[in-house]
Ligand binder design. Structure first.
Ligand code: AMP
Length: 213
């Protein structure tokens, strides 16, 4: 099963991708996570990506396209994968289609998680993430059992550097401009499914599962 999760920042792509990964035993490929690890490890990639990420801007297409091309050719992707946060521009979507065609593969479903801008702002502003395992929490809707500590691995939770109000607004603007047009692209290809991302994480997950069966 090969899936793409679309939706604005804060729509819950990461959370749903992790649940899909467990259910279907296929890897979650998050360009955001790959880039954040590179920044943390101070690799060449991280150094190149950091200023874009801190400003809420997209990292250049050639960088992320290169990452994805390499990643989906790895052995664990043979039974499928979940793309979380990629593609984000028309160029990325076109390059992905080209690569998949070369590999004689297709995307089965593109799930678009729909959520309004006000909801996004409150979700992101209250969000904390575990830098070790990537688990996400929210001070109201999904608080950790112990304040500031990851339920899964015991790591110390942190707020993402780009989850501040100024950068959130920029990321939303970038989403509207560069990523929202991908809905039309995948609608024309006939594999776009829209899920209203409102309610509990479990409710949203059951709607997502209905769409990807
Ligand atoms: P995310 O964790 O998906 O919200 O991504 C965090 C940041 O990483 C974004 O605001 C971008 O700066 C960068 N990023 C992640 N995925 C992409 C992508 N597909 N194209 C360009 N930049 C990306």
């Amino acid at each position: 099963m090969r899936l793409i999760l679309l939706g604005p920042p804060g729509a819950g792509k990461g959370t749903q991708a992790k649940m899909l990964k467990e259910k279907f035993q296929i890897p979650q490929i998050s360009t955001g996570d790959i880039l954040r690890h590179a920044v943390k490890d101070n690799t060449d990639l991280g150094v190149r990506a950091k200023s874009f990420m801190d400003a809420g801007q997209l990292v250049p297409d050639d960088v992320v396209v290169g990452l994805i091309k390499e990643r989906i050719k790895q052995a664990d992707c043979e039974t499928g994968f979940i793309l979380d946060g990629f593609p984000r521009t028309m160029i990325q979507a076109e390059k992905l289609s080209e690569t998949l065609t070369e590999m004689d593969l297709t995307i089965d479903t593109v799930v678009d998680l729909e959520v309004n801008a006000d909801e996004v702002i409150s979700r992101l502003a209250g969000r904390s993430t575990c830098p070790e395992c990537g688990a996400m929490f929210h001070e109201e809707s999904r608080p950790p059992k112990v304040l500031g500590v990851c339920d899964g691995c015991g790591g110390t939770l942190a707020q993402r550097q780009d989850d501040n109000s100024e950068t959130i607004l920029k990321r939303l603007e970038v989403y509207q401009e560069s990523t929202a047009p991908l809905k039309e692209f995948y609608m024309r290809q006939g594999n776009l499914k829209t899920v209203i991302a409102r309610g509990s994480v479990e409710e949203i997950f059951s709607r997502v599962c209905e769409m990807v069966r």
